[in-house]
Design a protein around this ligand. Sequence first.
Ligand code: ADE
Length: 224
Amino acid sequence: MRIDIITTFPEMMEGFFNTSILGRSQRHGYTEIHLHNLRDYTTDKHHRTDDYPFGGCAGLVMKIEPIDNCISSLKSQRHYDEVIYTSPDGEVFDQPMANSLSMTQNLIFLCGHYKGIDYRIREHLITKEISIGDYVLTGGELAVSVICDAIIRLIPGVISDETSALSDSFQDNLLAPPVYTRPAEYNGWKVPDILLSGHEAKIRQWEFEQSLERTKRLRPDLLK
Ligand code: ADE
């Protein structure tokens, strides 16, 4: 999968995408992440990516030209499944959306800032708008990072134990069961006996019951 990210702050995202599982997914050829500095697509002397809004309200709005230049240049090189803009007024991101985006080939993400982007970009260039929740961030970089993380870890091979991505919280609308590792007892705090019993079927049943109990208690809305 190839992901192109258009941002005014590529340095915010470099470390994130080059570390841990996301870094390994690139080194092992499962993903290609390309960060594009929007300033490189400006044509004016001052490399401006934003300007004052028409109508005289406060704040700055991201300009059309550099964004169109960048998206057009990418689209002239290959087909993209979606051109995604992250914004609090988009469709709320969830696991089914992560699953379906993880099956695409090429994605463009545009990170917004300030008061937003010139609305014509959303009308003519963007194919999908995604929110990561009902709160407002200072910019789209964190939202794009969150979405890409959730997508990339679902690509077969990226997580060495493939079944672990499938048994995550939310994959079946249930929260994950508790997990433990050695030592079996610490400060008198014990790992549940069932997990040490070696009885595979009973352990799976216990995990399912724990998932159900935790979902009922912590996220009853998921069971509706
Ligand atoms: N940009 C600012 N706030 C956001 C949010 N909640 N989701 C996605 N993008 C955003």
